[in-house]
Write a protein that binds this ligand. Structure first.
Ligand SMILES: [Fe+2]
Length: 200
């Protein structure tokens, strides 16, 4: 099985979110890559050495793999959406039109998404998905990295709501401002591209 490789991100100066915070956060992303690869190595080792004798450990490694794997992919989507500087969604955007048709207005969607991000308790992710089967958007929360991932739906926008994302800059009580600043920093063109790929 191929090993996972770290992606590099070109993130410029952000509003509210410090370069130091991004630097530290990228180290956590590296940890997910390292741990996912480590699980793959350990599975080979334990299966080769004594598959039956190691069955409990092997089972637990399989169980935890989705935590590490989704930790990689969630962060790649999060950091990618902050690359290239803040860029608005164009008025002719297919994503914007589709969202307006479904949510009534783009502002309706954005207000509901921000509210979910700020008010949902616990560590995890605020996510906008596109469900190709039903051809509709879904807004939902993912606990940790992996609990609540929607099978078959494609994430379009992922906002990291673990405290490591914002406490260094905002304090725990500053979650609402962090969410506001994330959207002020967001490159909506990346989200538009994510939607185009998800819709195919
Ligand atoms: Fe994170």
């Amino acid at each position: 099985m191929k090993k996972f490789e770290e992606q590099k991100f070109n993130i410029q100066t952000l509003k509210g979110i410090s370069a130091k915070n991004i630097e530290e956060h990228l180290k956590l992303y590296s940890g997910y890559v390292k741990n996912a690869n480590s699980i793959l190595d350990m599975l080979v080792k334990y299966n080769t050495e004594d598959m039956t004798g190691n069955s409990y450990v092997i089972g637990e490694l399989h169980r935890r793999f989705s935590f590490e794997y989704n930790g990689i992919r969630n962060h790649e989507m999060f950091f990618s959406s902050l690359e290239g500087g803040a860029k608005p969604l164009s008025s002719g955007s297919a994503f914007k039109k589709a969202m307006e048709a479904e949510a009534g207005s783009f502002d309706n969607f954005l207000a509901a998404f921000k509210n979910m991000a700020v008010t949902t308790r616990g560590i995890g992710w605020a996510v906008l998905w596109y469900d190709q089967k039903e051809k509709q958007f879904i807004v939902s929360w993912v606990d940790e990295q992996h609990l609540g991932q929607l099978n078959g739906a494609t994430p379009i926008l992922m906002l990291d709501m673990w405290e490591h994302s914002y406490v260094a800059d905002y304090k725990p009580s500053g979650k609402k401002q962090y969410v506001e600043d994330f959207f002020a920093n967001l490159n909506w063109q990346v989200i538009e591209e994510n939607f185009k790929r998800a819709r195919v």
